[in-house]
Design a protein around this ligand. Sequence first.
Ligand code: PLP
Length: 457
Amino acid sequence: MEPYRIKVVEPLALTTRPQREAALKRVAYNPFDLRADEVTIDLLSDSGTGAISADQLAAGMRGDESYAGSRSFYRWHEVVTELTGYPHVLPAHQGRAAERILFSALLKPGDTVVSNTHFDTTRANVELTGCRALDLPCAEARDLDSDYPFKGNIDLAALGQALENAGESPVAAVLMTVTNNGGGGQPVSMENLRGAAELARRHGVPLILDAARFAENAWLVTRREPGYQDRTPRQVAEEAFRLADGCVVSAKKDGIVHIGGFIGLKDPELAERCNGLLIATEGFSTYGGLSGRDLEMMTQGLLEVTEPSYLAEREEAAAYLADRIRSVGVDIVEPSGLHALYVNAGRLLPHIPPHQYPGTALMCELYLRGGIRSAELGSLYLGEEDEHGNPVRSAPYELVRLALPRRVYTRSHYDHVARTLGDIAKDPGSVHGYRIVGQSPILRHFSIRLEPVTPQS
Ligand SMILES: Cc1ncc(COP(=O)(O)O)c(C=O)c1O
């Protein structure tokens, strides 16, 4: 059961099918543009969407809003350096701000960053500095149905080769995303992390953790990796941070806050360069774009998130929804993790070709039938077409991500999600694809404009 009871509630937006049809048409079939009060169950993101605890709220009230040297910063600093072991920690307003600052300070145009899988903003920030973002996920990640416990791992042999044969684009950083959000939310084993750290060290390249979900990764290590059963998630998280040379963190996930992030580093000179950029673009070193209230709530969230009872329930709730979805005959990426379930839309809607976006079709159908908002991770997110709309590159899989906000929805909300998917699975042939009518050149899925491809059109 949930290791908490509910003190504050918010009404759900209950809408009719005609209202949802009109809303989806108005936003050109891009759920990012829906108003949140048109959505009943919002599984678009687990980022900044969690419920804060009474202790976080109380800590927020103690926020010291001094411009420099605030008490809230020093409390935050103590907790973050204890957790990560990094002597240099800098607050930032969210993960991508931390990425932009670190990459601007660390990379030179033409460098390569190698990762198990870059998250989309992480890739964008690498590319915006004129560098190449190379993903080397392990081979096991390709089989969506297998129960392999650590599909978030990097391919260590390929990483070794990339480090040896850098050629014209030398590897300037190895970035391990834990858990691997772009790779189905799958965890990274400590063995794999250790292997990546050894290779990086041998080549004099820093290993950086993209540690947005450090506690969830640590929990799955205690559950799945031999030798870690008797360790607490906090101990595993501490070990993981210490294997790396630094981190970028979006605290909107495992900080359980609505806004916040940070950079942690061992290298004092790199930290100094980051600090200069932080002051220029985020704010002074003791607030980094956050209020004292935000820093206090993050500090408390970072302490709560490694509680075994919280993580155990989070895993069980995700497993509950996964079981319900499997029972209505819909496949998800296995094994189920914690922060999201990834539905195999390509398999559910095989009649829709990749460049009519089966994931988008399923995402729209979930909204039309159940008021549920989700995110496409398929050929709209990862694919490319030429100027005439002809396919150039498709995604390897057509997925829809159901992100699970922390401490927000109950099992009866999840029943509604599974029932809606079950309705769709009874008559998948009635679902149609979409075509693009407008897009931006960067991170297009955020602002895409679409129209339905119906049999008549
Ligand atoms: C793995 C990962 N890295 C970085 C980010 C970016 O963080 P933010 O949204 O706080 O900018 C995200 C956000 O979802 C993420 O999942």
